[in-house]
Design a protein around this ligand. Sequence first.
Ligand code: FE2
Length: 172
Amino acid sequence: MAIKMIHHVNVQISDRERTRAWYEKVLGAEFLDRGPALNRRQLQLRLGSSEIHFTVTPRPTIVQSSHFAIEVDDWESTLAHLDDLRIPHVRTSAASTGSDIGGTDPQQGRREDSSEHYTYIKDPDGNLIELVNHPLGLQDSQGRKVEVAHDPRGLRWVQIAGFVEAEKARGL
Ligand SMILES: [Fe+2]
């Protein structure tokens, strides 16, 4: 067995529409239409080449240091985007292992080993999300540069042909 990728993470939320709007606006997430019945069960969005699935619960359990991280393609435009939307972003969070790590900028940090950029934001329920960018790139065991999957619009795991249409026709 070999793992190919992280397919999805699951995050607890309290309000489906608020969450969908926030992830679409802030992170460019894309709604994945699973058909009426599955859509009711869960909200599922695409983030880059992975997915994020949301379980709605009245009072989500937020673990302060628990988070997932997203690799973005351009750091400066990411920070400008967060500023435009007035999304607070910080270098030190509950997930940080020390307050003096990653430089002195309160809004972003650099990791000493890879010069990775990073910052932390929170979604409307308080779920912690780390945004990262690795300017030195990704390499394999032979030191060859590897490109991660790009973010083509509409990237998705294939559904059974006609599934959504059939469900809609059945009024589910
Ligand atoms: Fe992290």
